[in-house]
Each structure stands twice: as C-alpha cells, then as structure tokens.
Design a protein around this ligand. Sequence first.
Ligand code: 5AD
Ligand code: SF4
Length: 465
Amino acid sequence: MTTKITAAELAVQREYMDKVAGINAQRECPPIAHVHSFGCQQNVSDGEKIKGMLAQMGYGFSESPEGADLVLYNTCAVRENAEDRVFGNVGALKKAKKQNPDMLIGVCGCMVQQEHITAKMRRSYPNVDIIFGTHVLHTMPQIIYEALTTRKRQISIPDCDGVIAEGLPLKRESRLKASIPIMYGCNNFCTYCIVPYVRGRERSREPEDILRECRELIECGCKELLLLGQNVNSYGKNIGTSFSELLRRINDIDGEFRISYMTSHPKDATRELVDTIASCEKVTRHFHLPVQSGSNRILKLMNRGYTREHYLELIDYVKGKLPDVALTSDIIVGFPGENYEDFRETISLIEQVRYDSLFTFIYSPRNGTKAAQMPDPVSAEEKGKWFRELLDVQQNIGCSSYKDYVGKTLRVLCEGEGRTDPSLLTGKSRQNIIVDFDGSKELIGSFADVEITEALAWALRGKIK
Ligand code: 5AD
Ligand code: SF4
C-alpha cells in the first residue's frame, strides 16, 4: 500500500532543518558537504533531494571529500563493483576523520537497505556515523540533527516499504534538464535484480503532483523533462491512470521542450504506448528498451515475462511508427546457466535490432535474489571473453548507424561548450545523440537546427543551419 508522507511529518522535518541551520549559523564559516550518488538516475534524483535538504540546513558543497564537514555516499546495490567502491571510499576517509574528528561520514541508499551490508558497516567501519535506507530519505534532517548533537552513531533502516514524500526541497544538477521521478520501487522480481528488495513495491506519484512540478520547471526555463521509474510503462496502474495518459498531459504543456523517460520494460510497453509517443511531438525519439538476453531459455530463467519473438515484434512496431528513433538497451552477459549458444542468440538479436548504443554488464550475483542460488558453472574468464566479443560486435553496429545521420538536419538542445573542444558547442538531438557544432555561446540553453556533416564514434559533428 502506498502512503504519502503527511504534511505534519514533513513539518517536523522542516523544524529539524531549521535547528541544524541554527547550529551551522554559529560557525565561523558555513560547513561543507560532499555528496556522491552512485548508480542510476533515480539515485541521482534522490541525491538532488539530499542536497536540497542539506542546502536548507546551511551546507555548502564541494566536489571532493577533502576538507568536507559531512561526506555522504548515496549508494547503489545493482552490481558488486559499485558496493566495493563505497567500501573503498569510506575506508579511505580514515585518515581525514582522524585529522578532523568532527567530520560526519554517512552512507545511505540502496546498498545499506541490505542487512548483510549494514552488519558489515556496523562491525568493520566504525568511522561511519550515519546510515539510513531508501525509505527514510525524508527524515535525513532529524538524523543529521541527532548525529550532530549526540555524536552517537545514527542507523535508520526500517522496512517501511511504500512511502512517497512530496514537496522535499531540491537542488537540481542542471537548470536545463530535470529528472522527475514518477514512480518508485519495482514489482517485477527479475531473478538477478536487487531493486525490488531495496526499493520496495511499485508506487506511482499522483499525476497532479507530477504535472505541477513539470509546469514549474518549464516556466523556469527547463528544456528537458526526464521522467523516471524502474518500469515507467506500468506507471499509474494502481491509481487509475497510465503512462500514455501522463505523456499526453505533459505534452500539452505550452512551450518548446522535450520529454524523455527511463526505463521501459518490454513486457509492459504496449502498441498503444508506442502510438502515443508517435503522436506527442515533445517526446524524444529515443527508446531505451532493455532486453537483457536474446535467448528464450535465459529470458525465462531471468523471469522477464517476454520472449525474443515478442521483443523483436515490439521493436519492429517501434521502428515502423517512429522511423527516426534511436534504440538502446541493457544486456547481461554470463547469467547463471547461460552457455555459448545462448550468448550467440544475444549477439544475433543485437545484429538484428542494430541498437545505437548498449549498456553491457557481466552478471553480478546479488545476495537474496533467486539467480544467486542458481548453478553458475561458467568461469569469470570465459564470461570476460564473451563480453569482449559483444563489445566488438556492437562497436561496428554503433559506428555504422551514426553514418545514416550525415546530411540530415537535427533539432539540437544546446547544452554547453564542447567537452573536448571548447570552441564548439555541444548538445543532444531528439534521439539523445551528442552533437558537436560551431555556433555562438548565446545558443546555450536553447534549441537549434544543425546539419550533420560527420559521424564520429560516439557523437555527430554538424553546422548550424
Ligand atoms: N548483474 C549484472 N547486471 C545487472 N543489472 C541489474 N542487476 C544486475 C546484476 N545482478 C543490469 C540490468 C539492468 C541494469 C540497470 O543493470 O541490465 O537493466
Ligand atoms: Fe530490476 Fe527487473 Fe525491476 Fe528492472 S524491472 S529494476 S531489472 S526487477
């Protein structure tokens, strides 16, 4: 069941923000926080709330943990390497904490929502002062207040699944592009995935709350709204609305801006949704449709709820309705029990679809998931070989698909100076492809028509029309 955090509960947290701001105001100079969010866009979006609350509590921000008064790692649990990095980073703060015992170190987010991780932190990382889980993000002001005033370790990881907190302060990463969570959690239980365990059951925000946020952003000059959810295609199921309906309503807001979304699940992406996207002129022509594997046997073991044939039919429909679409996907290599024939099925699917780019991962066993119990006889070395084979295949596809854009004119949202060449401008096309082009700096923050002159490995080059 979904519970909206009440206004009274939020008011309590606002009081804590004021109290911490009061404490911080007594200092000679404002305290500095270093907040680092690992993992997906959803986590980065949580990071914006964390920073928003900290800003109200009087904190300034630094890019590095050096000299910070508060270091907070907002963690990800999807693969083991992200967890290892957090343990490494926290361990590396030992010396800094010795030099400045008043420094607060915190770890929050998905990783600490797992019992074995919290147990390890409690046991082996005494320099961590604050640990809080995904469901109590909105109580961070209280947690920080307690940590500052009692100097005792604060650990808050209740399993109170299903909350939605509206109206928390936000410090957005970009003025131009805003992330807007439309739903939280996941009900799919793909057998490899930790997300349903650490983010709880699926729950959708009310469309009115989302629309209000979108309108405010557009009024303030925002040009791209990125709608976020683990499975946006099942948005609204329990509150009598749908993702298509939400897209139509956001598309109706006045002004030139883009609507993008992450992530779609192929089992819930319907033809009706594809038709809606085709009819909404503000929705991007980029479909991220994670397939994970091209083998029906592996898809079944993954509990994905679709077959290779169903997926390919959907892709054909998308390509038919949206001829200018860019397709991307996520692939897992080396799922337990996968053999070379299964892997080759993935390669053949990739060759058939011809994705513009791929996010590829080697399977990482996650404690508590079904797949972690399955026999996994293939060696890490063998999986590494398959992984490299996949990258080679995709590199050739990606390079050749970009060539098709040469000579075409793309509408580009100009985001800033070029990363490698500051004399150029850089932006993204409606397909979410990076486009570098010559132009005056005044164009930054607006749309421009750019004629594509050259296809590079990861970007397009062009000139203003
Ligand atoms: N191992 C490897 N990759 C994973 N992903 C999710 N769980 C795992 C895991 N245990 C990948 C999937 C998903 C993306 C966000 O991360 O491809 O779509
Ligand atoms: Fe994980 Fe599957 Fe949910 Fe995605 S849809 S978050 S892969 S369980």
